[in-house]
Design a protein around this ligand. Structure first.
Ligand SMILES: [Fe+2]
Length: 342
């Protein structure tokens, strides 16, 4: 039975909470690109997997990016609703300030549909979490968040057949893609309602700490801090999203990618904040332990991103008569060996 409603790209409910899942529903959801669901399970009744932001906020933010993209696509001289962007980012900030353990549950459930918009919203949420960890005040959070929400807006100016291409990109295609940060910069800075620092997020989110990124190949602190934050958030969300041409990485694999790129692609100082604030194994995730027991993550241990509390419900393939909570912080001989959804 569904524990949380499944929604389409416009926020409309596809399947309501409480609906009994049949194989017909499951197959259809799989086709649409949903590879994760929240289900009711009495063994986990005391566990609440909270979302970082509310459905309402997600929808408002989604509509804001959608609206700006549409206005831009129709005619680049059309005025866009800058207030909708500011309002969406304010709502995200407010939600994040209200939820105390957001970092455990960045999981966003969506299908293949309208990937760019979902990606923009998720990247904004993650960037704001990092900005908050850095101690940014409201003004800085807003300034950065507005830039991140529009970070890929320049893709509107890149030919659609290249942006939506399912296979690998040719060298020429990639040269076109590489123009989107500059397009985005030129667009965002045209509006007085957006700060020039917001425009720099669009401009710099593909630069690398060590150099060699695009469009300018600048490095280190020459990249604005907002750009260095957005770079990590952008890559993490892209890696954990399922696309028609490749599966998503598990959260812990994307997490390890970010750590491995510390000092190379990413600013080590921001990576440290990321590691401290983002769960490698978010709540709800199914895992296999090194002793053959299997269960789901139910709680995080602050400061120990790889050692959450797991509620074990199977020993191998045999269901346990009573679930056992194993706190990996107290069982150093055990490790998570695999993420599995069962
Ligand atoms: Fe981008």
């Amino acid at each position: 039975m569904l524990a949380k409603a499944v929604r389409d790209a416009n926020g409309r409910v596809l399947l309501a909470e409480g609906v009994a899942l049949t194989s017909k529903y499951l197959n259809r959801l799989k086709q649409l690109g949903f590879d994760m669901l929240f289900i009711k399970d009495e063994r986990f009744e005391d566990v609440d997997v909270k979302h970082a932001i509310s459905d309402k906020t997600k929808e408002v933010a989604y509509q804001a990016v959608h609206g700006v993209t549409k206005a831009l696509g129709n005619n680049s001289k059309t005025d866009i609703d800058t207030d909708s962007v500011r309002n969406a980012v304010s709502m995200i900030i407010e939600d994040l300030l209200c939820s105390c353990d957001v970092l455990n549950s960045l999981t966003d459930i969506h299908g293949y549909d309208e990937y760019t918009y979902h990606h923009s919203v998720n990247t904004t949420v993650l960037s704001l979490v990092l900005g908050m960890a850095k101690g940014y005040n409201q003004n800085k959070l807003l300034e950065m968040g507005m830039g991140v929400l529009l970070h890929d807006i320049g893709k509107t100016n890149v030919p659609k057949q290249i942006v939506n291409k399912k296979g690998s990109l040719s060298k020429e295609d990639f040269e076109e893609i590489k123009k989107h940060p500059s397009f985005g910069f030129d667009f965002v800075r045209r509006y007085r309602d957006f700060s020039i620092n917001s425009a720099h997020v669009a401009y710099q989110h593909h630069e690398k700490w060590i150099g060699g990124g695009y469009p300018r190949g600048i490095k280190g602190n020459a990249i604005h801090e907002y750009g260095r934050i957005a770079a990590i958030a952008d890559v993490y969300d892209a890696l954990t999203s399922k696309r028609p041409y490749r599966d998503a990485l598990e959260p812990n694999q994307a997490y390890e990618y970010v750590m491995a790129q510390s000092g190379f692609q990413f600013d080590p100082q921001i990576v440290r904040l990321f590691v401290k604030n983002i769960a490698a194994y978010p709540n709800g995730l199914g895992v296999l332990l090194s002793n053959g027991m299997r269960g789901n993550v139910i709680r995080q241990n602050p400061g120990l991103p790889n050692r959450p509390v797991v509620r074990v419900i199977y020993n191998g393939d045999r269901p346990l008569s009573k679930p056992i909570d194993i706190d990996l912080a107290n069982h150093l001989n055990l490790v998570i060996v695999k993420v599995e959804n069962f």
